[in-house]
Design a protein around this ligand. Structure first.
Ligand code: ZN
Ligand code: ZN
Length: 248
């Protein structure tokens, strides 16, 4: 842990100070005294091994999944830390809907671990943006609360405003894979001077098919980004052709 850069340690320290004043509960199981307990850590189902080489969906083989055969992704790689289930699902829910914003830093720690595993070359970190209306309702972007501490930890600049949502999109729940791609098509815009020639890592809290983060990759590449990768904390694991879930 001693190789972590000073700004990240400072950021962690600020949240530790907040925890000291307001004792936290575990984001996964609500036990008092920690933001993430050992038991919840052990419950994580990491997503590793044989993955679709495009979208990162777990596969029995190292090939391309059926979705990516149907319509190839633009994103150069997408990885999820763990399955969207159990305590991790609770924690993401608390961060997103219950204003437990300190969990952003906790979840960022998982992506620091993932970053060390994949060893992608990254120059810029951005978060999947919310639309203006949803941002105003929620008061914060949960993906940014994960992306910013990650950028500090891996010493890569954070691209504030580099990626924006230019139209609100309907909920992706109950949409098929192709409907999801249509739903988020052209929903994002990237600022060319900030992203051109860069290797960008896009961060989101959760994904199902990767359609949203792929739409971000399309906007970034249209603005001249060199390569675009994606990290999500959790992924809903669907059977091939499955469609019902609560992630976006
Ligand atoms: Zn717990
Ligand atoms: Zn795939």
């Amino acid at each position: 842990m001693n190789d972590l850069p000073y700004p990240y340690l400072l950021y962690q320290w600020i949240w530790k100070a907040v925890d000291w004043i307001f004792p936290p509960v575990c984001g996964g199981c609500s036990i008092l005294g920690t933001r993430w307990c050992d038991q919840c850590q052990q419950s994580l189902q990491r997503i590793r091994g044989q993955l679709c080489s495009r979208c990162g969906m777990p596969m029995g083989t190292n090939t391309v999944c059926n979705h990516c055969h149907e319509r190839p992704f633009v994103i150069d790689g997408l990885r999820a830390y763990a399955c969207y289930a159990g305590p991790l699902r609770n924690a993401i829910h608390r961060l997103k809907y219950q204003r437990d914003i300190a969990l952003g830093e906790t979840l960022a720690g998982f992506l620091v671990e993932l970053y060390r595993e994949v060893q992608w070359e990254i120059d810029l970190v951005v978060a999947v943006p919310l639309g203006v209306v949803r941002r105003r309702e929620r008061g914060y972007n949960q993906a940014a609360l994960i992306a910013y501490p990650l950028s500090l930890a891996i010493r890569v600049p954070y691209g504030r405003g580099a990626l924006q949502r230019v139209r609100e999109t309907a909920s992706q729940v109950d949409l098929s894979f192709l409907q999801r791609l249509e739903n988020v098509k052209d929903a994002f815009w990237a600022d060319a001077p900030k992203v051109a020639g860069r290797n960008v890592l896009v961060i989101d809290d959760v994904t199902t098919t990767g359609a949203t983060i792929n739409a971000c990759a399309e906007a970034l590449k249209k603005a001249g980004a060199n390569t675009v990768y994606g990290f999500v904390v959790a992924r809903t694991i669907l059977s091939e052709g499955g469609r019902n879930d609560r992630a976006s």
